[in-house]
Design a binder for this molecule. Structure first.
Ligand code: KMH
Ligand code: ZN
Length: 284
C-alpha cells in the first residue's frame, strides 16, 4: 500500500546494537544524547525515532528502567516525535530482556519476523532467534498495550509470519512492514533496487512499507523506496557514513539529506501526528 500521494514518513534509526562511538563518535548512547538526537532529527523532518537502549558503558541494555529513562528523556526534550523502541536488542540480550522495553510504554516497537544466523564477530554461529511462537506472544503483548508494531522483514520468507499474525488477528490494519535490505546475517537478502521491487511485490494487502538499507545502499535504496510510496528509515544504526570514507556528523545530517531529496521530488515529510494518523499509532 502506498502512503498518501506526495508524502513520506521518515524514521531516524539513531544507534542500533552494533555501532558505537568508536565507529562514529556521534552515535547517541546515553538517554540525554538520545533525546538530543531525537530533537535534532525531528527538527530535520523525522516523524519517528527508532532506539536501542544502551547501558552506562554503551552496551545494548535489556533493563526496563533504562528504556523508561530513555522514553522520559525523549518525551521531555521532544514531546512530538513518535518513539519506536527496538525489541531486536543486541547480541548480549536474552529474549526476555529484548522485549522488556515494551513495559516502558513506547508508541511503537520493532517486531522481528524470523530468525537469522549471525556469521561474523564473536557471535558468529549464534542465531538472532525470532521463533513464530515468540513473535505471536510479542505481537499479542503489543496489541494489549496499544503499541504499534513495525514488522522487520529481512527476506521474503518472513512474510509467512506476517500472514500468520494477520490470520490470527494478532495485528490490526493498516499493517506496517519494514523491508530491511543488506543485513550481513545468513538468511537476509541484499540491498539493491531489484530486491526492493521483489520484496515490495509480495507484501500482504493493507500494508504500508518502510525501506531500510544498510551502508552505502542506504541513500539510493531509501530514495527509491519513497518514490515507490514507502516510508524510509535513515540513521547511524544502518549507516555511519555520509559519503565514501566520510563519517556522518550525526543522525540529523542523514535525515536532512533525505528531506532535501524528497522535496526535490515533490514529496513532503509528514509530521509525527500525520504519521500517527496514517499508521494508526496511539498517541501517549
Ligand atoms: N539493525 C536493523 C537492520 C530491530 O531493532 O528490531 C534491524 C533492526 C531490528 O533495526
Ligand atoms: Zn534496530
Amino acid at each position: 500500500m502506498r502512503l498518501p500521494a506526495g508524502k513520506v514518513i521518515i524514521t531516524a534509526a539513531l544507534n542500533g546494537a552494533f555501532v558505537n562511538k568508536e565507529h562514529n563518535s556521534s552515535v547517541p548512547e546515553q538517554p540525554d544524547e538520545i533525546a538530543q538526537a531525537s530533537l535534532e532529527c525531528y527538527n530535520a523532518g523525522a516523524a519517528i525515532v527508532h532506539i536501542h537502549a544502551r547501558d552506562e558503558r554503551g552496551k545494548p541494555c535489556g533493563a526496563k528502567e533504562k528504556s523508561e529513562e530513555i522514553v522520559a528523556a525523549v518525551r521531555d526534550k521532544c514531546s512530538e516525535i513518535i518513539i519506536q523502541l527496538s525489541t531486536g536488542g543486541g547480541t548480549n540480550l536474552t529474549i526476555e530482556e529484548r522485549v522488556s522495553c515494551l513495559d516502558a510504554n513506547p508508541e511503537m516497537a520493532s517486531l522481528n519476523m524470523g530468525t537469522l544466523m549471525r556469521q561474523t564477530g564473536p557471535n558468529a554461529g549464534s542465531p538472532f532467534a525470532n521463533l513464530t511462537r515468540d513473535i505471536e506472544a510479542w505481537a499479542a503483548k503489543m496489541k494489549a498495550l496499544d503499541i504499534r508494531p513495525e514488522m522487520e522483514c529481512y527476506s521474503h520468507s518472513m512474510y509467512r509470519d506476517v500472514r500468520n499474525l494477520i490470520k490470527k488477528g494478532l495485528i490490526s490494519p493498516p499493517y506496517y512492514v519494514n523491508i530491511v535490505l543488506g543485513m550481513m546475517h545468513q538468511g537476509a537478502v541484499e540491498a539493491g533496487p531489484e530486491m526492493l521491487v521483489s520484496m515490495h511485490q509480495f507484501l500482504p494487502e493493507h500494508c504500508y512499507f518502510n525501506v531500510t538499507a544498510t551502508a552505502a545502499a542506504q541513500l539510493p535504496v531509501t530514495t527509491m523506496g519513497m518514490i515507490m510510496g514507502g516510508a524510509i528509515r535513515v540513521g547511524l544504526e544502518d549507516n555511519i557514513y555520509y559519503s565514501k570514507g566520510v563519517l556522518a556528523e550525526g543522525n540529523a545530517q542523514l535525515v536532512e539529506r533525505s528531506v532535501r531529496i524528497a522535496r526535490e521530488l515533490n514529496i513532503q515529510p509528514v509530521t509525527p501526528d500525520e504519521a500517527r494518523e496514517i499508521l494508526g499509532v496511539v498517541k501517549r
